[in-house]
Design a protein around this ligand. Structure first.
Ligand code: ACM
Length: 552
């Protein structure tokens, strides 16, 4: 076996000589098929073959999928492949027209309800066989092939590399978790559409399937809502922005108006772009707190007296939505427009860090609590969330809320996002609710990842790459049945101290790769040292993709 692997290694190294743009590998990296191919997240099983397949102009995709009415699993690969090689791989549906059954990427769907994301990718000297549980599995097989070919490490120069020699391998793969996510806060700092697309591209490359788009907060409202023009005119902008660290005395401001929002056309474009990449976008509309920007536009939605201004600094603010009927009409109208843009089954309604003093001081709230039999303001928050849940459930949607929505009694069908540690996830799972784990100590990528003295300003914390890699989203306290409610985990990127796309990439990468492996790879296949070897090659690929990741 060992000599077979080293023969493979020599052949592989020889093949690299044929591959311009490939990073050369040190001998320690070439001892295993895992190190050779450097696929991340690491597939569930990999078996090395002996020899190579050449992909050239003769290669075609043969599939039993007639059309792809909703999702074409080859589109992203083929667009990239065309950019790198100067030609695309044509699709065939009918094998009988073929004289020669070699030079095929032959795709068979075996619909598999158990794991629709599973695939088997067999690279043989005569061609490639893909058997997958659905189009999603085919998509992930093509992302794996993209990594094996190192398409991303090769410069974009049409026709510069027409022939690709890749080692033979048999991979069977499926994700450990169904929810593999990354979040992006575009309120504290706005991120342009082109960057959001690049962020989604990387999620797909690392087989992540959810993008949580944090669209509304105290410091800005970033989604166009046609019924409420002041959300665009007022709530999307703030007068200025805090400079330096929150809490410094005296605070300093930049004196520059700041803001922006995504038009509905832009959002549709991003949703469609994500859908081509098997990424579902979950929009977050924050309520009943983190809404100062909306109150600046529509102060009548608060229990406290305005006027209000879109926040210019960070932290938690005391003015929140009042649970009056008119507020629910506003939020339902907003959500109606949101639902026309986002096909996601999940809608995130926030629910975190709600300061309840304005409710506790409000005669309206006191009367409402009496009428509804609510004992305290936490139960009033549950009333708020449950009323919104009912509205969204009736439209076929499931709400996700931050773990505070557990406090006054959980909404009947809510999924919990556990951020203040893991207890929220444990409580939710024990109560029979689904949970997504985003505990600050492992999943907050706005935290420092290295020495504070030399790292750029961050919010605090210390979440280095190896800590992220070591994370296991399933709390030990849960029984097997309860653990099935842990859908997965998500990396969160809050942007108080992240004021540019470059810094966002610096904070997210490579930590997001470690999290992707936590979420995809069978737990007994995880190995930090081996991951570190593969990661080196991924940093070259990130360079090829123009990603400003954190270099150690
Ligand atoms: C949060 O970080 N406030 C969810």
């Amino acid at each position: 076996m060992k000599s077979f692997i080293s023969t493979l290694s020599i052949l592989f190294l020889l093949s690299l000589l044929l591959l311009p743009g490939c990073a050369s590998l040190s001998s320690s990296q070439t001892e295993t098929i895992e190190g050779n191919l450097a696929i991340a997240p690491l597939p569930a099983t990999m078996q090395a073959g002996s020899g190579f397949l050449v992909i050239d102009e003769k290669m075609k995709i043969l599939t039993n999928i007639k059309d792809f009415p909703h999702f074409d699993p080859f589109k992203v690969f083929n667009e990239l492949f065309q950019r790198k090689s100067g030609y695309a791989l044509p699709y065939l549906h009918d094998k009988s027209a073929l004289k020669d059954s070699s030079h095929l990427i032959k795709v068979t769907l075996v619909y598999n309800n158990y794991n629709i994301e599973s695939y088997n990718l067999k690279i043989k000297s005569s061609g490639i066989l893909i058997v997958a549980g659905s189009e999603l599995g085919v998509f992930y097989a093509m992302q794996t092939l993209r990594q094996i070919m190192r398409l991303d490490a090769v410069p974009d120069s049409k026709g510069s590399q027409r022939h690709w020699s890749i080692p033979l391998v048999d991979i069977s793969d499926a994700p450990r978790f169904t929810y593999r996510g990354m979040h992006l806060d575009v309120c504290r700092h706005f991120m342009p559409v082109e960057f959001v697309k690049k962020y989604i591209d990387l999620l797909a490359y690392y087989k992540m399937n959810y993008f949580h788009w944090h669209l509304t907060d105290d410091q800005g409202w970033r989604i166009e809502i046609k019924k409420y023009p002041k959300l665009q005119e007022v709530a999307a902008y703030r007068d200025e922005t805090l400079i330096g660290r929150f809490g410094e005395k005296p605070p300093r401001y930049d004196g520059t108006r700041y803001g922006g929002y995504y038009t509905q056309e832009e959002i549709k474009d991003v949703v469609s772009y994500a859908s081509d990449r098997a990424v579902t976008i979950i929009p977050e509309i924050e309520m009943p707190g983190h809404c100062l920007a909306a109150l600046a536009a529509y102060p009548e939605l608060a229990c406290s007296a305005g006027p209000f201004k879109t926040a210019t600094t960070w932290g938690v603010f005391k003015d929140v939505f009042c649970p009056e009927d008119s507020t629910f009409v506003f939020l339902e109208n907003v959500l109606d427009e949101v639902l026309t843009l986002f096909p996601s089954r999940y809608i995130h309604i926030g629910g975190d860090e709600v300061v309840k003093t304005s409710w506790e001081q409000s005669d309206f709230c006191k009367d409402l609590m009496k009428k509804e039999g609510l004992n305290n303001s936490k139960e009033l928050q549950s009333y708020f969330i449950q009323r919104i849940e009912k509205y969204l459930n009736a439209k076929g949607k499931t709400i996700i809320g931050w773990d505070e929505i557990l406090e006054g009694g959980i909404a009947p069908n809510a999924t919990i996002m556990s951020w203040r540690g893991i207890q929220g996830g444990i409580d939710a799972a024990k109560a029979g609710h689904d949970a997504i784990m985003t505990p600050g100590g492992y999943c907050y990528f706005d935290h420092y990842q290295g020495d504070r003295e030399t790292e750029p300003l961050a919010i605090g914390g210390f979440t280095p790459l190896d800590k992220v890699y070591a994370y296991d989203p399933v709390p030990a306290e849960l029984s097997e049945a309860e653990a099935r409610h842990i859908l997965g985990a998500q990396g969160n990127l809050w942007t108080e101290y992240i004021d540019s796309p470059e810094k966002a990439e610096y904070m997210a990468y490579p930590r997001a790769i470690a999290l992707a492996e936590v979420l995809w790879t069978p737990v007994d296949r995880k190995n930090w040292d081996e991951f570190s070897v593969r990661l080196k090659q991924h940093l070259d690929r990130l360079d090829g993709m123009g990603v400003h990741y954190a270099k150690k």
